[in-house]
Design a binder for this molecule. Structure first.
Ligand SMILES: *[C@@H]1O[C@H](CO)[C@@H](O)[C@H](O)[C@H]1NC(C)=O
Ligand SMILES: CC(=O)N[C@H]1CO[C@H](CO)[C@@H](O)[C@@H]1O
Length: 360
């Protein structure tokens, strides 16, 4: 199956969803294509086309809350903007939270549940979740929505919208977000299966393939690591004693080893963090991540591993001179796909009142 609809497909469907990013505010327009008109909208730098059948899995819709809570999407966006102004780290936290949510039983907000109903462990306790942040941000958005329209907007939709809004704030591409997801009643501690920070490229590809992602989409999604920071404890072994060798990981550039040691302190135990900073910017979404990997400057082993196998092909493509636009477009499409993973819709699941607790 082609990754993206070609013009012929769009014309056959006679309808395509054209997304335009306008000063950070996404707007959508349904465009009817009667002939061979150029659908890319000029320079094509900020508009991507999505064919509707691929982006409307059962039960989800655009503007699901238009009738029941018309201000919902704007409330999410404005609250994310406010939280981001106070602490820019919130953007990466919300994107990561959404990713973890979708990878475990679909995008159903199960990641947000605390230990419920006497359960000893929830997804929040599972190893890959140990560094998840952003729970407070979700609670804040939810509290506002509960005031505006009680028991209406699901935590799963809040996560999906907040992740997109966060990406836009850090300079990422915008993309359409369908709504109408419902929340799970349970958390799935045993099923947490996201690739660990030291995953090989084969493990990463396998994990993403289980969720239907191609190699190219997997490499594009990992580009979300261009924002956010990683705590030293997740790469300490790489700079002092990799795989029991007593030496640093030899896939890391020498200067990078020194920089990592300087940040993390003599024994690597300093409670510090490192990120893939874009030149002159604290956080900034972009293909600079791939250029760093090609230079042996991957922070996590799982990042650097993308240059160790067939995946390097996409790393090279995104790092190339014209790679930024390809990356942004691939990333946007992969996020649309991620956002559609096994949602609960209709009368399945529930709408929680507090995102960390199932509704009774
Ligand atoms: C990753 O780290 C864990 C814990 O230190 C270890 O058990 C595992 O073998 C490592 N995996 C790989 C692929 O290196
Ligand atoms: C954010 C969060 O819930 N972190 C938890 C991850 O798991 C450890 C134990 O495995 C907990 O101590 C953390 O509170």
């Amino acid at each position: 199956m082609p990754r993206r609809p070609v013009r012929g497909t769009i014309c056959f469907l006679a309808i395509s969803l054209l997304l335009c990013t306008d000063a950070g505010r996404p707007s959508y327009a349904l465009q009817l294509l009667g002939d061979d008109e150029d659908a890319d909208g000029g320079d094509g730098s900020t508009s991507f086309s999505f064919s509707s059948p691929q982006t409307t899995p059962g039960g989800l819709a655009f503007g699901f809350y238009d009738g029941t809570c018309p201000g919902a999407e704007e409330t999410v966006a404005s609250t994310v903007r406010e939280l981001y102004a106070a602490d820019s780290n919130v953007a990466a936290a919300l994107v990561r939270l959404f990713f973890h949510d979708c990878f475990v039983h679909g995008c159903d907000a199960s990641v947000l549940l605390g230990r419920a109903n006497g359960a000893t462990k929830s997804e929040r306790d599972a190893a890959p979740n140990r560094s998840l942040r952003g729970f407070g941000a979700v609670d804040k958005i939810k509290a506002r929505l509960e005031k505006e329209c009680p028991e209406t907007v699901s935590c799963a939709d809040i996560l999906a919208l907040a992740a997109r809004d966060s990406l836009v704030l850090v300079g990422g591409p915008s993309y359409p977000v369908l709504t109408g997801r419902r929340d799970s009643a349970g958390s799935f501690y045993r099923d947490v299966n996201v690739p660990p920070p030291n995953a090989t490229y084969a493990m990463t590809l396998d994990s993403f393939a289980r969720h239907g992602f191609t190699e190219r989409e997997t490499v594009a999604l990992l580009g979300a690591h261009s924002i956010g920071k990683v705590q030293c404890r997740f790469f300490r072994d790489r700079i002092y004693n990799f795989a029991g060798t007593g030496e640093p990981d030899d896939s890391i550039d020498r200067d990078m080893v020194s920089e990592m040691r300087a940040v993390c302190g003599g024994d690597g135990r300093a409670p510090m963090e490192m990120g893939y900073y874009r030149q002159g910017r604290e956080v900034g979404f972009g293909a600079h991540y791939y250029a760093k990997l090609l230079a042996g400057r991957g922070i996590l082993r799982s990042d650097q591993q993308l240059t160790a196998g067939s995946t390097v092909r996409w790393v090279r493509m995104y790092a190339s001179e014209r790679g930024e636009e390809a990356f942004r477009e691939d990333f946007a499409h992969a996020m649309v796909k991620l956002s559609a993973l096994a949602p609960l819709t209709g009368s399945a699941g529930q709408v929680r009142i507090t995102c960390s607790k199932p509704a009774v």
